[in-house]
Design a protein around this ligand. Structure first.
Ligand SMILES: [Zn+2]
Length: 417
């Protein structure tokens, strides 16, 4: 609720300004969007059914960002003005399976949002910031892209790219802003990379993986690096421009009740008390069993302090929710505690440490990552659950195409209703 100032507030119509001017404004304003939250289906299944989504492979890519005229659901760009990206604020981890994602009704449509309301209430009750903050919607960026890396991609025409800010929007808008020195004055200058004319730029970016320590073991995560602008010697073709989607109109707009029910798990299968923090804490109080007595006195240990998975599990089960959060933070474990109760956090941590103690703490994921040739298509390169977690994590957007497709099919073959 804190970000209400931006909700539904559109800047004034640009009047008769040209495409170039409008896009230049978008480039400049992009800087201001920073810090609008962390990241990320919030897209209308029917509307996107026939669209091609770009899942970049690990290599150096070249692509044009194709501008379009914003529709009525853009939170940044007035309807009818040119835009090159659509910023989407999304609540994640909702619903009985914690996999539903909804556009934040407050930020997008200036309407009451049950999740933001709950967040406000929890804040007023004095609930810890760490818990309250995970309820913020996350930011994703949608683009129309024409990939020029190879003929196969080029022939696909315009594809949709859905990606977190740190992979593309932040680096390119940072790069777009430069300074020109005129005698004693430094003058700000912007590169109008999305311009449809020759002034626009082709984007170059090297997509790969990087290894970072997570939970004490090296883990590979996607890496977009070396963002660069390549001069274009011709304007975007009319054919390509025509293929661009009005990205904001692809959003799925849920009702208040729908989000409310998903968030509080009402009308669901009644598996547990809801994803909301309140119902969670009630549940976990009830469920906190035998180990409760030692919780206050447990120290936060490193995973290497334990000999095997059983020891780690024993230890984790003795920790309070707060201590588990500390454990995750301290050991940089890739677990999003958003909407999880104590037991589920322990489970999630244990998943991260699967195989950790098997051969002296060596990373198995790395090996999986290496043999890309096939056969391992039922493994998620990020360590999430193949065929289950598809599209639920930001990394999914950077998943190699073949793995993504197989994972998507595995997931939607059985659970998409
Ligand atoms: Zn919201």
């Amino acid at each position: 609720m804190r970000r209400s100032k931006r909700r539904g507030v559109k800047r004034e119509r640009g009047g008769s300004s040209s495409a170039e001017e409008q896009l230049m404004r978008r480039v400049k304003n992009s800087q201001k969007r920073r810090g609008g939250g962390r990241y990320k289906n919030f897209l209308d299944t029917e509307k996107v059914a026939d669209l091609q989504f770009w899942r970049p492979s690990k290599e150096t890519h070249l692509f044009d960002i194709i501008p379009y005229k914003a529709g009525s659901q853009d939170i940044e760009v007035p309807e009818g003005e040119f835009a090159y990206t659509c910023q989407v604020r999304v609540h994640t981890g909702i619903g009985p399976n914690k996999r539903d994602r909804y556009v934040c009704l407050a930020e997008h449509f200036n309407r009451p949002c049950p999740i933001c309301e709950d967040q406000e209430e929890l804040r007023n009750e004095g609930v810890d910031d760490e818990i309250v903050n995970v309820l913020y919607p996350r930011t994703r960026y949608l683009y129309n892209v024409h990939v020029l890396t190879n003929n196969k991609e080029r022939r696909k025409g315009v594809q949709i790219l859905d990606v977190a800010a740190n992979y593309l929007e932040d680096p390119i808008t940072e790069k777009a802003q430069t300074f020109v020195r005129k005698k004693k004055k430094m003058i700000e200058k912007y590169t109008n990379f999305p311009a449809p004319s020759e002034e626009g730029k082709t984007i170059k970016v090297k997509i790969g993986t990087k290894t970072v320590p997570m939970g004490g073991k090296p883990t590979q995560i996607p890496d977009w690096a070396g963002h660069d602008f390549i001069d274009r010697d011709e304007p975007l073709s009319r054919k390509i421009l025509k293929q661009a989607q009005v990205l904001d109109e692809l959003l799925y707009v849920p009702t208040y009740e729908e989000v409310y029910d998903a968030y509080h798990h009402e009308g669901g299968d009644g598996d547990e008390g809801g994803t909301s923090r309140k119902s969670k804490s009630k549940k976990s109080k009830k469920d906190r069993g035998k180990k409760r007595k030692d919780k206050k006195t447990q120290k936060i240990e490193a995973p290497d302090a334990f000999g095997d998975e059983d020891e780690l599990l024993d230890y984790l089960q003795g920790l309070s929710e707060k201590q588990l959060e500390k454990f995750i933070e301290k050991n940089d474990v890739d677990v999003d505690i958003d909407e999880l109760d104590e037991e589920e956090i322990v489970e999630a941590i244990m998943e991260e440490f699967e195989g950790y103690y098997d051969d002296g703490g060596e990373n198995e994921e790395e090996d999986e990552e290496e043999d890309d040739e096939g056969g391992e298509e039922d493994e998620c390169p990020e360590g999430y659950e193949f065929g289950v977690d598809c599209n639920d994590y930001d990394e999914c957007q950077e998943c190699p195409e073949d793995i993504y497709d197989a994972c998507y099919e595995a997931k939607h073959g059985d659970d998409e209703g």
